[in-house]
Write a protein that binds this ligand. Sequence first.
Ligand SMILES: [Cu+2]
Length: 374
Amino acid sequence: MVGAVLRVPPEITRLRILNGSPRKMYAIGLSPELNNPTTFVDMWLIATGGGYIPEPLPMDSTLMSVGDRREYLVDFSQFNDGDTLYMSNLSVPSDAVYGSTAGSALMAFIVDDSIFPTDPITVVPAVLDPTYALAPGAVDYERTKKLEGSKGSGGVWTIDGTPMNLQVINDTVLVNTKERWNIINTTDVAHPFHIHKVQFQVVEYSGKAGFSEVDSTYTFPDLPDELLGYKDVQLIRAGATMSFEARFDSFPSPLLATEGYMYHCHILTHEDTSMMHQFVVVDSIDFFSSIKDLPGTEPLIAFPNPATNTISIKGEYSYKGNLRFYDLQGKLLRQHNEIWIGEAQIPVYDLPRGVVIVVFNSRDGHFVGKVSLH
Ligand SMILES: [Cu+2]
């Protein structure tokens, strides 16, 4: 809403802020000055999209990327009845491809002595979540993703150069494991990386963070406010790398999953032009014991079995699809996209010896089987 006004009590007030814009980032602060503000009032960050941070963190301004949610305490008791504070609209980073235009304030807060909250907050708490720590356990698996594309590429943005394909599950995560994901922004613009299903914690970040124009490396728990807390979206500035850790502790897919959770750039026009992949979380026992041919598909066979150097998968018809190899713990070993079964000799000489799971998916046929490598 343009020109929004909120009347607030002369008390500490909790503000929940969401950047719901499809693609614009906002750098915000609170100031008594309407235009070109130079003085700011402390905002105490208390929570992110995934919960409380360890203790309130005061700041005068911050960057809200697309999809960001933050909660702040602001002490309006220091002002008089009728005083007005403005949410300033400050300059966004140089690599924010769809920055908002700095200048006019986003909204106003008017202190109003006639408002009496029934349960006022009288002090900013010293501690919010004393148990806050990195998600427990060692990292079971690590993945690295590259955000790719450029402003000159005609609006084609991808993850690892691979367009979004609903027929492809790009990652299979084993339930009740902890993973580290390294997201490398190789592009010349900032992307807010967003993942469904989990709340992650940034453990390392190298490059420009927030709206700073200075390259730095930050390591958990010494993080600037823009990187702190449990979250499901994190802006990664041009050229920066963000690593997060998360536990995938719930809701494994009941069957061989064909419906994935998404991870993608939160800029709507980027996710719509392919900067999105999907993953499933599986329980390995359920995953492999429930495997069967889907209705309406013909049986396929992998041969030779056992195999040493190559295998082929053969059926009555030729299909084009995606072939993946997993180990018995459900970890993806390798993926081949867009191959024709019945023709391709698929190399397996470099896979670990022993039994591997072969999964083939296409629009028309599915195949899951075990192949023994020796
Ligand atoms: Cu993007």
